[in-house]
Design a protein around this ligand. Structure first.
Ligand code: CA
Length: 226
């Protein structure tokens, strides 16, 4: 597995490279946005870790440029504390996840693992776009629309929807959904799953009380069908 690390803090590059290599990853690093972009276009990577604040070209621009050039490699953005706007913008521009600095190494590894698991390069079942009913989902841009009107989903709602679509037809217990979608987050309960499913239905289903796509399987959990 090859990881491209685009980061300008020498200390962080050193720490991350050492740790990722010890986990068995092949790591290449770039210390500015322009170099990062050219490496990402020239070679294929399984994952890109991309800092937002970078010399020459910032991480958001690099992310947008890569997606515009149809590079679908999963991107994990690193943002500084409080850069909420960057997180939202990063996801809109096609990043797959973000992590706020400073972060625990174990959390970074958990995110990497989750992204690689979801990556089309490893499981082959993530389409770029998916349609059901009046809804269309653009996975690369992390955008959802219903009747051609944009629908605002939180990052977790989007992840939940993506997981359900990728694994459509199968029944998922609440525990399995927690593990797959929330995974590394702080102690959500199975009730959290119900609440987010309800929100997704509210936003996407024609009749949320009688959902056509996100269905409850009594006693077992949920499944997505088309
Ligand atoms: Ca930086």
């Amino acid at each position: 597995m090859k990881i491209l690390l685009v980061e300008d803090e020498a200390g962080l590059i050193l720490t991350l490279t050492d740790r990722l290599r010890s986990e068995g990853f092949d790591v290449r690093s770039a210390t500015d946005g322009e170099r990062g972009l050219s490496y990402a276009l020239a070679e294929s990577f399984d994952l890109i870790i991309l800092d937002v604040m970078l010399p020459k070209r910032n991480g958001l621009d690099v992310c947008r440029d890569l997606r515009q050039k149809n590079v679908t490699t999963p991107i994990l953005m690193l943002t500084a504390r409080g850069e909420t706007l960057d997180k939202v913008l990063g996801l809109k521009l096609g990043a797959d996840d973000y992590l706020t600095k400073p972060f625990e190494m174990l959390e970074l590894l958990a995110r990497i693992e989750a992204l690689l698991r979801r990556s089309p390069n490893t499981n082959g079942n993530t389409p770029d776009a998916f349609r059901f009913g009046d809804v269309s989902v653009d996975f690369r841009r992390a955008e959802v629309s219903k009747n051609n009107q944009p629908v605002e989903l939180s990052a977790i709602e989007f992840k939940l929807l993506q997981f359900l679509i990728e694994n459509r037809g199968a029944v998922h217990s609440r525990d399995k959904l927690l593990d797959a979608v929330w995974g590394y987050d702080a102690m959500p309960t199975t009730r959290t799953v119900d609440v987010h499913v309800a929100w997704l239905r509210q936003k996407l289903e024609a009749n949320p009380k009688h959902p056509q796509f996100i269905q409850t399987v009594h006693g077992l959990g949920y499944k997505f069908i088309t």
